[in-house]
Design a protein around this ligand. Structure first.
Ligand SMILES: NC(=O)c1ccc[n+]([C@@H]2O[C@H](COP(=O)([O-])OP(=O)(O)OC[C@H]3O[C@@H](n4cnc5c(N)ncnc54)[C@H](O)[C@@H]3O)[C@@H](O)[C@H]2O)c1
Length: 445
């Protein structure tokens, strides 16, 4: 077994802490000056499907208190406020339609952002500038340029960030990344990331309803926000907004922050020549995709295949709708292969799995990855300790990068060369223009 030498994230942090003369000083307002107790105070922005799940998770944590909710749909807003007040048995939770008002509250320490993808970057950057720590959903951003701006804002303001890529908090995904990072497969030569294809009707609307009026109590102008104004259509509203490029990125971008995040995690061993986990990424990207008509209500790719070259000559495929590319993340090396998906951990050599589980439990692995106490709890722990979380903003950004580039390559129909250090497409102005989208006034980043 090849067991390369490397350093873990926590050991790097320990080294950094040890080499820093100044003591760690927590900001005075960390626990919210006006908070009812010394708990981390949280405001939730966007409380639909996943926002409701995250809210429930934060309500279940003893060291935080949800004090504010923001949503542009009154019915979601009121339901969430009632849930919070019912949980704490009081009437303290305040509701907002405009996230700026929530962010202006000095007593709020952290926010949980679960708006649709086109609405991540603006509130996240505003939250970072307002000094809040941030739990934000995947995929990090609607365009690659927005992702760069988010990383910069979070770093500039020294905020703690957790992405909703919760698979890193699950044992089977950690074991998979440990098997790969500890060199059981040898130096990785090929990676396959299998994501869903087609569209999923999450709201039972189908995709062929006519335009109409937005439901009462919905501020549709704010819901569409920085995206191009389109008439209200129930098929591209709550949950199903994913299937229109104006607001989402289809199955590719809906899942890239899960399985590609895990695939990158496995490669985050500098000995593979891919760099540390916040720098893993492609050098070349080509892609093909099948799209419905641009004018269809659901117009995102139904089938796609992205072929990348990663450092160290790794062949890297991300695909949806190709039977031979199975769901989840699969790594292949000279010693065999390993695949992990929700509910599956399989390898060409089953002994690797048994051994890693034993060594992981004993804490004796050469590359021992952090055993998360739970994705939301780990975020709160980091808010207190100021240690990097398992899914910080820069990692989320790198995890989604080949998805954005793959989409662009499929549009321009040629191979892109990616300068991963400058984060620029080399020598292709047409493709470069697609790294960002014009935001609808008055919204901008
Ligand atoms: N981590 C996961 O497993 C997971 C699962 C599902 C969704 N998600 C992510 O969560 C995010 C939300 O997805 P969803 O399925 O919950 O969508 P959703 O449509 O169910 O909910 C979005 C909510 O945001 C609100 N909203 C829209 N614009 C707003 C604004 N400007 N200010 C405040 N509220 C606003 C909507 O009214 C709605 O209540 C997406 O980024 C999605 O990719 C992650």
């Amino acid at each position: 077994m090849n067991t390369p030498t490397t350093t873990t994230r926590r050991s790097v942090l320990k080294l950094l802490a040890a080499s820093t003369a100044a003591p760690l000083i927590l900001p005075g307002r960390l626990f919210g000056a006006d908070a009812p107790s010394k708990k981390i105070t949280i405001g939730c922005i966007g409380v639909g499907w996943q926002g409701g799940e995250n809210l429930q998770s934060f309500l279940g944590q003893d060291d935080c208190r949800v004090v504010a909710i923001c949503d542009v749909d009154e019915s979601h807003l009121n339901e969430a406020i009632n849930k919070v007040n019912g949980h704490y048995n009081n009437k303290d939770c305040k509701g907002y339609k405009d996230f700026e008002e929530l962010l202006a509250r000095k007593d709020i320490d952290a926010v949980c952002i679960c708006t649709p993808d086109h609405w991540h970057s603006i509130p996240a950057i505003a939250a970072a500038n307002a000094g809040k720590d941030i739990f934000c959903e995947k995929p990090l951003s609607h365009t690659l340029s927005e992702g760069i701006a988010m990383v910069n804002a979070v770093h500039k303001n020294k905020r703690i960030w957790q992405t909703g890529s919760w698979q890193r908090a699950q044992a089977s995904f950690r074991w998979a990344a440990e098997i790969v990072q500890n060199g059981y497969l040898g130096k990785i030569t090929r990676v396959e990331v299998g994501l869903p294809s087609g569209h999923s009707d999450f709201n039972g609307t189908g995709n062929d309803k006519p335009n109409g009026a937005a439901p009462a109590g919905v501020d549709y102008e704010r819901w569409i926000g920085p995206s191009q104004m389109m008439p209200f259509n129930p098929c591209r509203f709550h949950k199903n907004w994913r299937w229109n490029y104006n607001t989402g990125g289809g199955q590719l971008m809906d899942w890239i922050g899960h399985h590609n995040d895990i695939a990158h995690w496995g490669l985050a061993n500098p000995e593979f020549g891919c760099g540390p986990d916040d720098a893993v990424g492609p050098l070349e990207v080509s892609a093909t995709a099948e799209f419905p008509a641009k004018t269809d209500v659901w117009n995102t790719a139904t089938k796609y295949r992205i072929e990348c070259k990663y450092p160290n000559n790794i062949e890297y495929i991300i695909a949806g709708g190709y039977e031979e590319i199975k769901g989840g993340a699969k790594w292949i090396g000279p010693n065999g292969w390993l695949r992990v998906d929700r509910g599956t951990l399989e390898a060409s050599n089953k002994d690797w799995i048994r051994e890693i589980q034993k060594l992981d439990k004993a804490g004796t692995l050469k590359v021992q990855l952090y055993n998360s106490p739970g994705h939301h709890k780990e975020f709160l722990d980091s808010v207190k300790s100021r240690k990097r979380t398992l899914t910080p903003v820069e990692i989320a950004h790198r995890s989604q990068t080949p998805g954005h580039l793959g989409y662009i390559a499929s549009i321009v129909g040629r191979k892109l060369k990616w300068d991963a250090v400058k984060q620029e497409i080399v020598g292709d102005p047409e493709a470069t223009a697609l790294l960002s989208k014009k935001m609808r006034s008055p919204w901008h980043i």
